[in-house]
Design a protein. Structure first.
Length: 429
């Protein structure tokens, strides 16, 4: 795109940056700006979240924990629940969650509230940067139009851009300071301002023509992953029916240096990206009386994967002459991905719920999750799973440092991760 000259990042060092929402995206973002010598105001509506941050009781990369220890309780990082504080900032970055409800309809409650707050508190000269994944047109609907209604001219009085977050919880290989960002401003001046600010915490910026282009970019990124995971799951099912190791197949295919990218099968997908983001596109397409059949099919397959796990558990138990009702099943790992203490949208929750509905005596073990509530039932992690002989051990998530050697002594192991070969009673999904 054609843009005006980009201001030097040095011009934004020391600027006050307000982060609205201190979750898995907002908190690392706040710490990155604090590390870049910016004064940071962190705004969150949750008193508990702020207290957890102040105590350091949050799930972060080790490098971000170091930053938190360095900057908490210092003027570099101010935490607050009061929106008026963001009027002090030269840049305001919105990082709130955008989930879907039980009907797979986008839940914009937090996003609408955050944008309304930012618009109400906006002052001349501010850059307002939206990073939350959402539908195409959100920046225009929730920021640009309301700012114009307040009398601001976007691109002159205030500056607005969309720059989708690219934070992968638990990924120390690609933290945000090593991950390029996409920026789409309302005007060239907006893009330039956003580029200058984000250049402080990311290695490179790819500029696009508009906020809408940047919004669609994020939807493509995660929908691409959803479609390919659904494909990997189908190939895993086909391979098992033919007596073929799917992981060996994927490893072989990945030797091709072009035209192939490995994706891996599993028990389903969790977090607030793959299970949710494509539904923002589908919801918007339905509103325009259009369809996206490939995406719809992929999301339907992904949604059905936890039930496939339960049916496979039924088959494995039946092979041993054990009915589902009354059987003792241990679910190992309930977080949505390894080494991350997060159960948002975790397939384990639905798997446990379905097992309970089938009369199974379910327990779980996860060193990262002390307590879990499923369908109103409160559960605590098993502290010594090896002390019990289970009718079935269902491995949902294998944390990197977890000692699973005790699985060798269990009569039946269902490995939904496809990554635990060598156990004599192992079955795959």
């Amino acid at each position: 795109m054609n843009t005006q000259s980009v201001p030097s990042p040095d011009a934004t060092h020391g600027e006050c940056v307000a982060i609205v929402g201190l979750g898995y995206v907002g908190l690392p973002t706040a710490l990155a700006f604090a590390a870049a010598s910016n004064q940071v105001i962190g705004l969150d509506v949750s008193t508990k979240r702020i207290a957890d941050i102040e105590r350091g009781n949050v799930d972060l990369l080790a490098s971000d924990h170091d930053r938190l220890r360095t900057h908490r309780n210092t003027p570099a990082l101010t935490l607050t629940r009061f929106p008026a504080a963001i009027a002090q900032a030269g840049t305001v970055i919105v990082c709130v969650p955008t989930p879907v409800d039980k009907h797979l309809v986008p839940d914009l409650t937090a996003l609408r509230a955050a944008c309304r707050t930012v618009v109400d508190e906006a002052v001349p000269g501010q850059l307002i940067l939206l990073t939350s994944t959402t539908y195409v047109g959100t920046t225009r609907d929730l920021l640009i139009k309301p700012l114009e209604e307040r009398g601001f001219e976007v691109g002159r009085d205030v500056f607005v851009a969309f720059a989708p977050e690219r934070i992968d919880p638990g990924n120390s290989v690609y933290p945000q300071e090593r991950t390029p960002r996409v920026v789409g401003g309302v005007t060239a001046a907006c893009t330039a301002r956003a580029t200058a600010v984000l250049s402080l915490v990311t290695p490179s910026i790819h500029q696009v023509e508009s906020p809408e282009t940047a919004e669609m970019t994020k939807l493509l990124e995660n929908t691409f992953r959803a479609v390919n995971i659904a494909l990997a799951n189908e190939f895993a099912d086909a391979s098992r029916s033919m007596g073929i190791d799917i992981m060996e197949v994927i490893a072989a295919a990945a030797t091709k240096p072009y035209g192939f990218m490995p994706f891996y099968p599993g028990p389903g997908v969790g977090g607030h990206c793959i299970p949710c983001d494509p539904h923002y596109l589908l919801w918007q397409m339905r509103g325009e009386r259009r369809t996206a059949p490939l995406v719809e099919s992929a999301m339907s397959l992904i949604a059905g994967r936890p039930r496939q796990v339960v049916e496979r558990a039924r088959e494995v138990l039946a092979e041993r002459g054990q009915p589902m009702k009354g059987s003792r099943v241990l679910v190992v790992g309930v977080t949505y991905k390894p080494d991350v203490a997060d159960v948002r949208e975790s397939p384990a929750l639905e798997i446990i719920e379905e097992l309970l509905a089938s009369g199974v005596q379910v327990a779980y073990q996860d060193e990262l999750v002390d307590e879990l509530t499923v369908h109103g039932r409160r559960m605590r992690t098993e502290t010594d799973p090896a002390a019990t002989t289970w009718d079935l051990v269902l491995v949902h998530t294998a944390h990197p440092d977890a000692d699973l050697t005790w699985l060798a002594g269990q009569p039946a192991v269902l490995d939904t991760t496809y990554r635990l070969p060598g156990f004599p009673t192992r079955r795959t999904l």
